[in-house]
Design a protein around this ligand. Structure first.
Ligand code: ZN
Length: 340
C-alpha cells in the first residue's frame, strides 16, 4: 500500500501511496534540510494508510519531521494532512489561494449552485445538469472527509521558507506551489508537470477562476527558465528531461487551442458544443466519457476558450456562443507570445 524509496542519497525519499482513483497512486516526498526533514504532500484520505505511512516515515534515518508542504489543494495531495499534523505535530504549509478554494468547496450548496449557473453559461443542456450536480456534490463531500487545518498560509509568488525556495505555479489549481532545491537543481512540482499525463487545467469558477491556462503556461515557462536537472512530481515518477517535457506540454496545449479554433471555423458554438467536437482521453468522444471525465472535459474546454478570448481571438455573443474574431495561424509564436 505504501512504498518508501530513497531517491537522492539521503536527501530525498519518495513515498508511493495507493489511491482508489486514476492513476492509482500518488507520491509524497521527504526532503532533508540541515538537521530537519520536511514532507511534501500528504496522500489520499484513507485513514487505514495513516499508521503504515507513519511507520514508513520512521524508517528514514536521522530525520525529525517539522513541516508538511502541500503542493495543491486536490484530495490526493492533501489527504492525510490533518492526521499527520495531529499525530506528528507537523506544521502544515500551503498557499492562501488554494486554501480559500478549499473553504469554498466545503460550502456544498453554494458550490453546487455556482457551478450549475456556470454550466448554463457553458451551454450544458438540462438533460446533463443532474450528472454535473452529482459530480460537483461528490467533489465537495470528498473534501469534507479531509478537512485541512493549515498553520502557515503563503501569500507571495516567491518565498524562502525553512531553507526551501517556494514558487507559486498556478494553473492546475490557483495556489499550486513548486518547491525548488536551488543548490541541486531539483524541484517538487506537484501536478504541474507529469511524465506522460497531461495535467488537467480547467476553468471551474468558483474553485479555479480567472484564466488558468494562461497561468499554467506561465508556470511552465517559469520552471523552464530555471533549467532544472530533475523534477519529483505527484504521479508517475522522476522527470530528468525537464525542458524537453515542458516543450512537449506547451506544444500539446497549442494543438488543443488549434483544435478549438478548427471547431469554430464552421460557425459559432457554445463551450458545451465545442467539448462535444473535441476528442478526449484515449481518443474518446465526450458522450463516451464517465461523469467525472465529462466534468474535466467541459472545464478544460472552458479554459481553452477563456485563453483564446483573453488573446482577442474569440468572443461570445449573448447566446453564449463563441466565434472567431481574429484569424491567426496556429503556432506557438502566435498563441503563446510570452515565449518570445
Ligand atoms: Zn494529483
Amino acid at each position: 500500500m505504501i512504498e518508501l524509496t530513497e531517491r537522492v542519497n539521503g536527501l530525498i525519499y519518495q513515498l508511493k501511496i495507493f489511491m482508489p482513483m486514476e492513476p492509482g497512486y500518488v507520491f509524497s516526498y521527504v526532503v532533508r534540510r540541515d538537521n530537519e526533514c520536511v514532507m511534501i504532500d500528504a496522500g489520499y484520505p484513507n485513514t487505514e494508510l495513516l499508521n503504515p505511512l507513519i511507520n514508513e516515515l520512521s524508517k528514514i534515518p536521522n530525520c525529525r519531521l517539522s513541516s508538511l508542504f502541500i503542493t495543491h489543494m486536490h484530495i490526493d495531495h492533501t489527504g492525510l494532512a490533518n492526521e499527520l499534523r495531529n499525530r506528528l505535530g507537523l506544521s502544515v504549509v500551503m498557499h492562501r489561494r488554494d486554501y480559500e478554494q478549499v473553504l469554498k468547496m466545503l460550502d456544498k450548496d453554494l458550490f453546487i449552485k455556482e457551478f450549475l449557473e456556470l454550466s448554463g453559461h457553458y451551454g450544458v443542456p438540462n438533460t446533463e445538469m443532474e450528472l454535473y450536480k452529482n459530480v460537483v456534490s461528490g467533489l465537495s463531500s470528498r473534501r469534507r472527509l479531509s478537512a485541512l487545518n493549515p498553520d502557515v498560509l503563503i501569500d507571495n509568488e516567491e518565498n524562502r521558507i525553512g531553507g526551501l525556495h517556494v514558487l507559486l505555479t498556478p494553473g492546475h489549481s490557483p495556489g499550486h506551489i513548486s518547491i525548488v532545491l536551488d543548490e541541486y537543481g531539483l524541484a517538487f512540482t506537484g501536478d504541474l508537470i507529469l511524465p506522460t499525463i497531461t495535467t488537467h487545467v480547467g476553468l471551474t469558477p468558483p474553485i479555479n477562476p480567472g484564466n488558468p491556462l494562461r497561468d499554467y503556461l506561465n508556470s511552465l515557462i517559469k520552471i523552464r527558465n530555471m533549467s532544472l536537472n530533475c523534477l519529483y512530481p505527484g504521479h508517475e515518477g522522476e522527470i530528468c528531461n525537464v525542458n524537453d517535457r515542458i516543450n512537449e506540454l506547451i506544444r500539446h496545449r497549442v494543438s488543443r487551442l488549434c483544435e478549438v479554433l478548427n471547431a469554430l471555423s464552421n460557425g459559432e458554438l457554445t463551450i458545451f458544443e465545442i467539448t462535444n467536437r473535441l476528442k478526449w482521453m484515449d481518443n474518446k468522444r465526450y458522450v463516451d466519457l464517465n461523469p467525472m471525465n465529462r466534468y474535466m472535459a467541459l472545464t478544460e474546454t472552458a479554459a481553452l476558450v477563456k485563453y483564446l478570448e483573453s488573446m482577442g481571438i474569440v468572443k461570445a455573443g449573448n447566446d453564449h456562443k463563441y466565434g472567431i474574431t481574429r484569424e491567426i495561424s496556429c503556432n506557438v509564436r502566435e498563441l503563446i507570445p510570452q515565449l518570445g
